[in-house]
Design a binder for this molecule. Structure first.
Ligand code: GLU
Length: 476
């Protein structure tokens, strides 16, 4: 069997989205399952929309998830996992591969498989309008006007530096077929594929062209990517044929949908703050939970097992268990996983996460660390993600508003005196004092000192509020 090499190929126009993270995960698992390599390739040919900062952020987010690439633009730096005792397939950034693409574009021009197109955007728009007027229907394709130009004309246009594109001449007009790893056989009618552009006037190739060259030269064996790339696959198959190369195996994962079963969008109110990996990290989701959750967006183990670490996922992963059912982004499920993994943390790990969140919110002094961790532990069983601690425990950090309760001033005074008599402020002693108060007063006491009707065990809340603060709030 040939070596398994997979890749994740983001365009750095934004931060790592959960859709991208899922693509990366499946490619990572496939590579690792087969002792292959997982490559991170940066597709930055869209100069206007790309930002350098996103390259680093995407890489960091991948590493946070545990999906560290074996080969990437950081080849030299030692960040990649790979031991570097094999061939180098870089550069791993498309903007550094322009010479390579040019070589193949020239080859296709020489072989007359590609041609210069000097039509301006205005002419092309005009051509389209006229076509639609005449044909009533919208499946316009480029007229191949520039294919008719004779060689002298082409040379003189090039000498005049007339603006041009380069188009691939799609041969007439067979169907293109492949077996999708997720969806089975897929056929693209050749008649639907126009003479598409492979290179812009500035010499920068279009994505479909660059992807084919890169996947081939980087010896990528399998490409798992989102369903939205299916129409690209048609053009890419045409180019593989043109260059006489074998295509990799493709698998197209279903789109991630929102609760209305529409494509997940940044504007979805419910999930807009949950779609970037960095948002999840900031909110205090654990990478193990995110991985476990993403795993089930398009894959099923065929058993009832629900919990997978990255390493058990590698062991269980198989292409035959990929499925094309729509993957709905279900926050409840993500929270359920995260809650589960929060309960699995050691006390030390749990404390680290909790302290980080509290510190970020309140910039507390180190002396408060143990206290905040004790507070966090009160909420641990119910916690979906660490950021929730801030809303759940607000009353430890700020006095509640005056609330109407069923205790009059003298009753409150008595309760307060009971607690002031405690000499050694321990949870045990607080509990003891509480036993001498009638149970029916507990909810009023809670309301008075926390502003909430419900919460963790009252004795623990009182103990952690501290004697002074408690008395202040009772007598207020
Ligand atoms: N760079 C493309 C994107 O971010 C992915 C191309 C591919 O996977 O083939 O959408």
């Amino acid at each position: 069997m040939t070596d398994i090499r997979t890749r994740f190929a983001p365009s750095p126009t934004g931060e790592l989205h959960i859709g991208g993270a899922r693509t990366a995960l499946f490619n990572y698992l496939l590579a690792k399952k087969n002792k292959g390599k997982f490559v991170l390739r940066i597709e930055d040919t869209d100069i206007v929309r790309n930002k350098e900062e996103f390259i680093n952020k995407q890489h960091q987010d991948l590493c946070w998830l545990g999906l560290r690439p074996d080969e990437s633009i950081f080849w030299e730096s030692g960040i990649d996992t790979d031991e570097k005792n094999h061939e180098y397939y870089g550069p791993y950034r498309q903007s550094q591969r322009l010479d390579i693409y040019q070589k193949y574009i020239q080859q296709l021009l020489t072989e007359k498989k590609a041609y210069y197109c000097f039509c301006s955007p205005v002419e092309l728009a005009q051509e389209k309008i006229e076509y639609i007027k005449k044909n009533k229907r919208g499946n316009y394709q480029y007229s191949q006007k520039c294919l008719q130009l004779n060689e002298e004309k082409v040379i003189s246009f090039l000498q005049e530096k007339k603006k041009h594109l380069i188009r691939y001449r799609v041969p007439q007009k067979k169907n293109y077929q492949f077996i999708d790893l997720v969806r089975g056989q897929i056929t693209f009618p050749g008649s639907d594929i126009e003479d598409f552009v492979i290179c812009r006037n500035n010499g920068i190739p279009l994505l479909n062209f660059a992807v084919v060259i890169d996947d081939h030269l980087m010896k990528i064996s399998h490409v798992l990517r989102g369903e939205e790339h299916l129409s690209n696959t048609a053009k890419q198959l045409v180019l593989y044929e043109a260059l006489d190369w074998n295509p990799p195996q493709f698998g197209h994962l279903s789109l991630i949908l929102n609760q209305e079963k529409k494509k997940l969008s940044k504007r979805d109110k419910e999930t807009s703050q949950w779609q970037l990996v960095s948002q999840l990290r900031e909110k205090g989701y654990l990478p193990t939970a995110v991985i476990n959750y993403l795993l089930f967006l398009g894959w099923h183990p065929g058993t009832t097992q629900e919990f997978f670490s990255l390493s058990t996922a590698i062991a269980s992963f198989g292409l035959t268990s990929l499925h094309a059912r729509g993957a709905v982004f279900d926050l409840g499920k993500l929270n359920w996983y995260n809650n589960y993994y929060i309960q699995q943390l050691s006390l030390v790990e749990f404390g680290k996460h909790a302290w980080k969140i509290f510190w970020k919110e309140y910039q507390l002094s180190q002396a408060k660390k143990e206290w905040t961790i004790q507070i966090a532990l009160l909420f641990r069983p119910q916690l979906n993600y660490f950021q929730e601690l801030i809303t759940l425990s607000w009353y430890f950090f700020q006095e509640p508003r005056e609330e109407k309760i069923n205790l009059d001033f003298s009753e409150l005074r008595k309760i307060s005196q009971l607690f002031s008599k405690i000499e050694q402020w321990t949870e045990e002693n607080v509990k003891k004092s509480l036993t001498s108060i009638e149970k029916k007063f507990f909810s009023s006491i809670r309301k008075k000192i926390t502003g909430e009707n419900r919460g963790p065990e009252l004795a623990k809340v009182i103990y952690l509020l501290g004697k002074e603060e408690l008395i202040k709030r009772l007598e207020n």
